[in-house]
Structure formats: C-alpha cells, structure tokens
Design a protein around this ligand. Structure first.
Ligand code: AFP
Length: 301
C-alpha cells in the first residue's frame, strides 16, 4: 500500500511542504500515547473562556515546539493560544493554523477526537480558506487516520503498527446523504436553523452527533450528510472557529465535492478579520448545503 511519503512525492508536492505535512502527521503517535496520562482538565482556560483539557495544552505545546524547531513555519495560530506565534528565522514561509485537539472533552469517554491543521503559504495566517496549500486532520479512533488534501483531491491514510501511514482511499468524494449532526439546543436555534432541521427530519434524515466535530465530519465525508453548528439566539456566530475548524475542514470538504457555508456565503471565500473569530458552520454534501442555502434564502424574502 502506498505510503504518505510516496503519495506526496507522486502528487508533485513542494519538498518543504511534504516535509511539513509528514512532520505534523507523525505527531499522531506521541499524541495517541499521551491520552492515557492526560485525560483530565488542566487548570487553565483558553481565550474563549473554555476550560482546557490536559490534552488541549499538551498537544498544542508538542506541535508548536516541533513546528517552531522545523525552520519550515513562519507563523502559527492555534485555537489554544491567544496570540499568533512567529518564527522569524524560518527558511520557509508556511503559516499554520490548527486546533490541536478537537473534541477534547470526550477523551475521558474514549470517543474519537482529532487534530485539525491548515497550511498557507506566504507567512500570513489570516487568509481565506480557498488559498490553503494543504489541509489535514488526524483522527484518533479505532484506527489512527490522516485525511489530507494538497489541493489535488482528498486522501485517507491509516497508520500501521510500524507508525507508517498507508493509503486507504484516494480521490474521496462526499456522496449525497441524509446523516445530520447539529450543535446547540433546539430552544436556542435561530428560526432558519430550526426550519432546516425540521425539513431534513421530514425527509427521513438520521441524527449522528458525538460532540466531536472532526469525528462527525469524517462520518459525513464517508457516508454523506451534514454537520451543523448554527448561530444560536444570543450567539449569532455560534461556537466553532473560522480559522481553526471551518477553514481546514471546509477545504477538505470542497476538495471532495462538498461545501461549507454559514447559511449565506461559502466560508472558503471569507478572509478572517482576526484569528479567534467564530462562525456558524454547515459542512457536508452538496444536496444538504443546497437545502441550507435555500432555507436561509427563503427566510430573507
Ligand atoms: P471540545 O473540544 O471542548 O470538546 O468542543 C468540541 C467542539 O468544538 C466540536 O468538536 C463539537 O462538535 C462541539 O464543540 C460540541 O459542542 P456542544 O457540546 O455544544 O454540542
């Protein structure tokens, strides 16, 4: 089976980008080994005022250190750090955005969680998602998988017992489907979201929601459907972050024939104004994204 390194070479990836992707991907091993001794919460909070799980900070420090020492990264912005980190001495100009441990509140329940990463060129983290050079997520479930795009379609790899990523699937396409997951409580949903959920439930959609965005999205990538974290009454921007969660996963979705929207625009066209801005998220199959946009459009007239 093709290895990650062989795939990247065959994809004509820039050498430094190949090295950077492999460096990030291989952190899955130490991260996976750290779960058992870092299940609880740290004593700290992130910039959003959310309690940080021990693995939030542990994985953030690991990846930040490794990338800072690599000489390949000019700037790094993490969901778990208030400020953008810069590495002026870097020989390359990649800018990395990341959620180092998405779903971390689930670690002690042994549900799948993951690391989400986007890689820009040009040393600037505040770019529209459409300008990404690569996007990936490692998913720590029954397998350790790496879902990756370098702008030439989406591939899924699984790590073997020797720590080598082996290609499971290339040119992944999101099928039309009827799975849906949604955050927020029904009483807090804005009217447009409530109307969308009512419509998909009437069409027989099945609820699949674990509380881990990256795991829930991966199921959508495979089986089709939609993941939603909507605007809520009193929280018009919802919960998830544009830079660390929407943009990298949205880029993967688009490369697999799906899309990501806030109900109005394609979120890959939105240039972040500041690193920690939130956004409502609808990401998944085109059949579902089209219905979201129609629902929001109808409510405008
Ligand atoms: P944690 O990383 O704090 O577990 O939050 C996970 C998350 O950002 C995303 O992965 C989930 O889909 C969403 O939050 C779950 O939020 P709710 O608990 O409000 O449903």
């Amino acid at each position: 089976m093709t290895t990650l390194h062989e795939y990247l070479e065959s994809a004509g990836c820039e050498t430094d980008l190949c090295t950077l992707i492999e460096l990030i991907a291989e952190q899955a091993q130490p991260i996976r080994e750290a779960f058992i001794t870092h299940q609880a919460y740290a004593e700290s909070e992130n910039v959003y005022g959310e309690r940080q799980a021990a693995m939030d900070t542990w994985s953030d420090e690991l990846i930040t250190r490794v990338l800072g020492e690599s000489g390949l990264v000019r700037a790094l912005s993490s969901e778990e750090q208030d400020e953008v980190r810069t590495f002026p001495g870097a020989k390359a100009e990649y800018a990395v955005v990341m959620d180092p441990m998405d779903g971390s509140s689930l670690i002690q329940t042994n549900l799948a969680v993951g690391t989400i990463v986007g890689i820009f060129g040009g040393g600037d983290v505040l770019q529209p998602g459409r300008d990404l050079k690569a996007a990936l997520y490692m998913l720590y479930g029954p397998m350790t998988t790496l879902t990756l795009t370098v702008g030439k379609g989406v591939c899924i790899f699984a790590m073997d017992h020797g720590g080598v990523y082996r290609l499971l699937e290339r040119d992944v396409r999101i099928p039309d489907g009827n799975l849906y997951g949604t955050g927020g409580g029904r009483p807090d949903w804005i009217d447009q979201h409530a109307a969308f959920i009512t419509a998909v439930e009437a069409d027989g959609a099945k609820l699949r929601y674990t509380g881990s965005y990256v795991a829930d999205f991966h199921q959508i990538l495979k089986y089709g459907g939609i993941y939603c974290y909507p605007a809520l009454k009193g929280k018009p921007k919802g919960k998830l972050r544009l830079l660390y969660e929407a943009i990298p996963v949205g880029f993967i979705a688009a490369q697999a024939g799906g899309a990501i929207t806030d109900g109005h625009i394609d979120l890959l066209d939105l240039k972040p104004a500041e690193p920690h801005q939130r956004t409502p998220i609808y990401v998944g199959s085109m059949n579902m994204i089209s219905l979201v946009k129609e629902t929001f459009e109808r409510s405008r007239v």
